[in-house]
Ligand binder design. Structure first.
Ligand SMILES: Nc1ncnc2c1ncn2[C@@H]1O[C@H](COP(=O)(O)OP(=O)(O)OP(=O)(O)O)[C@@H](O)[C@H]1O
Ligand SMILES: [Mg+2]
Length: 258
């Protein structure tokens, strides 16, 4: 059986605030800590990145520091720019500066992704919302797009518009976020409207998100049910070609507590 050596996942959305950064941090913490995959998380949201906060990290460098050495980049350069999380994941934090990151050219992005592929098995690109240039680069060069949306009319309309502008390849997994049973739109309504099947449905989980947002504890590592369980299921699906002999995250034992 032929196995992929690396998978890069761009986490994107049409509207902001849907849950991309929570998903990106939790999925990468899971693949690093539970599947022991060499995992890189790249916070592409220059100026607004929060992945460091969601992981309780204090990065001194960002991926923008790699730009001057991109053509001759080595693993040592990556070591200098990364921040290591207790889960084992390597965060390439967002630069505080919008301006430098906006000047990033497609060729620079391609070079960055190439060196990440050479050094990591699972690469998560946490994108800014909408089709800004850096997101366009990420969604056209990654292996899988994880596209999040919330179940409301404004987000559904923006999603329809953005999906129409995305390339046919790479494959796209739709993830419904902040879902509550009994809402106006069900997952199957949304599947019919968008003519796509859903890869995951992330429930509203205020307690899990509270700890994550305020204390930087990835809920997928500390909790078993609710949002954490769905992150595990999505992580299993995304990494199925990377870890044929590893126990599936989706079958991890569940306890009583959340
Ligand atoms: N499953 C959930 N349950 C409850 N609240 C949620 C959930 N997912 C996201 N939220 C809320 O949405 C907020 C935004 O989440 P997050 O920062 O992950 O979104 P984002 O898509 O990355 O936003 P941006 O577009 O600004 O980058 C969280 O701080 C939280 O308040
Ligand atoms: Mg975000």
């Amino acid at each position: 059986m032929s196995m992929q050596t690396s998978i890069s996942v761009a986490v994107a959305s049409a509207k902001g605030g849907v849950g991309k950064s929570l998903a990106a941090t939790n999925l990468s913490a899971l693949t690093a800590a539970r599947l022991h995959l060499r995992t890189a998380l790249v916070d592409l949201d220059a100026g607004n990145g929060i992945d460091d906060l969601l992981l309780d990290l204090a990065p001194e460098k960002s991926w923008l520091d790699l730009m001057p050495v991109l053509q001759e980049i080595t693993s040592e350069h990556l070591e200098l720019a990364r921040t290591v999380h207790t889960s084992g994941l390597h965060l390439f934090a967002a630069p505080a500066d919008y301006v430098g990151a906006h000047g990033l050219e497609s060729s620079q992005f391609t070079a960055l992704l190439r060196v990440l592929r050479e050094n990591y098995q699972f690469i998560v690109l946490d994108c800014p919302s909408g089709l800004v240039p850096i997101t366009r680069n990420a969604v056209s060069r990654c292996d899988v797009i994880l596209f999040l949306l919330t179940p409301d009319a404004p987000c559904l309309r923006s999603t329809q518009r953005m999906l129409a502008h995305l390339p046919e390849s790479p494959p796209l997994g739709l993830v419904l976020s902040q879902y509550e049973v009994g809402g106006v739109f069900s997952p199957s309504d949304i599947e019919k409207t968008l003519r796509r099947t859903m890869l995951g449905v992330l429930p509203i989980d205020a307690r899990a998100v509270w700890e994550n947002v305020h204390y930087g504890q990835p809920c997928a590592l500390s909790r078993k049910r609710g949002l954490a369980a769905e992150y595990r299921r999505v992580a299993s699906v995304l990494t199925k070609d990377l870890h044929p002999h590893q126990p599936a995250l989706a079958r991890m034992p569940t306890g009583n507590g959340s």
